[in-house]
Design a protein around this ligand. Structure first.
Ligand SMILES: C[S@@+](CC[C@H](N)C(=O)[O-])C[C@H]1O[C@@H](n2cnc3c(N)ncnc32)[C@H](O)[C@@H]1O
Length: 295
């Protein structure tokens, strides 16, 4: 198991057995800060508890989009809509869902990762979207923590002294990109504001929403250095969630402001435990109208 892989604890198990997320298929080409691989088994359970198969699954803050990809691959909804504001992240999704997916897969497979080649690629202005997508994947793999926001540092020593190449798995990335491309008719990507897209689908009772915003409620810093777009009107997000005709599941970090907001709108809150080998046991919040499926 790689050092930063996350494990999750099954909810409400008295003995808190730690299940390895290695059992969850990794489908995203990103290593994403705040990525939700550990939540995959919960989302399967949530969607399985709904009376109807959702017509559309919407992830308004998609990032590395592991949840959306899982829903699409496992056909847990008829269609999946991912939204992301960051233009670097967006370029990758746009290219993977376009006819240039094979170009990107090949570019990655053929790239010789040396410090000189990295420097050359990253210092050349990307004139085409597909060049930007390649730069983004490269940065995501060589920056510490996969952080793409300004100020992110590069991996120095990495695993087993592999340095910059520690997280560069070209064969795996190629396969993931081609697999997503093969099911692209099930996926739509919008480069835009997640709140706006939620508003557009608010009346659709056949839509469900998985909402994983940057964790900046209550002035928290955690989300600030991780993402270029970290400012969010959290009150507006809760108001909007309250207006959705379809069901939703929201995740947040533990913060009194978040619990207050949930209380104000009458949402249910549960804590789930997760653990990484880097961090001590951490808790995140699941928020929804009805979380009985967790029991
Ligand atoms: C916690 S991360 C999502 C992680 C994702 N669930 C995953 O598993 O990889 C939050 C994301 O929201 C994006 N974001 C911030 N504000 C946004 C907005 N108004 N609309 C859409 N995306 C936004 C950030 O760029 C970041 O990628």
């Amino acid at each position: 198991m790689r050092a930063t892989q996350l494990s999750y604890l099954e909810p409400r198990q008295a003995d808190e057995v730690i299940v390895n997320v290695a059992s969850v298929p990794q489908r995203s080409p990103f290593r994403y800060p705040g990525g939700k691989t550990w939540l995959v088994p919960y989302v399967r359970r949530w969607l399985g508890s709904l009376p109807d198969h959702p017509a559309i699954f919407i992830e308004p803050f998609a990032g590395g989009a592991i949840i959306s990809l899982t829903v699409a691959f496992e056909r847990l909804a008829q269609h999946v809509l991912m939204v992301e504001l960051d233009d670097q992240v967006a370029s990758v999704w746009q290219i993977i869902l376009s006819d240039d997916a094979a170009w990107l897969a090949k570019r990655i497979a053929n790239f010789q990762l040396t410090p000189e080649n990295v420097e050359k690629v990253l210092s050349t202005p990307a004139h085409q979207l597909r060049d930007k997508a390649f730069q983004t994947i490269l940065k995501n793999r060589i920056n510490r923590g996969g952080i793409l926001a300004p100020g992110a540092g590069k991996i120095k020593h990495g695993e087993a002294g592999r340095g910059l190449a520690s997280r560069w798995y070209p064969g795996t990335l190629r396969k993931r990109i081609l697999s997503i491309s093969a099911i692209r008719e099930r996926l739509t990507f919008i480069h835009g504001d997640g709140l706006e897209v939620m508003r557009q689908h608010a009346q659709n009772s056949e839509a469900v929403f998985f909402i994983d915003p940057p964790y900046t409620a209550g002035g928290k810093r955690a989300g600030r250095r991780l993402y270029t777009h970290s400012e969010l009107d959290h009150v507006a997000l809760f108001q909007l969630a309250n207006q959705l005709a379809g069901d939703f599941l929201m995740t947040y970090d533990e913060a009194p402001e978040v619990r207050d907001l949930a209380r104000r709108f009458g949402f249910h809150v549960e804590t789930v435990a997760m653990k990484s080998t880097h961090h001590a046991k951490m808790r995140e919040l699941l928020i929804g109208r009805n979380l009985d499926w967790l029991r």
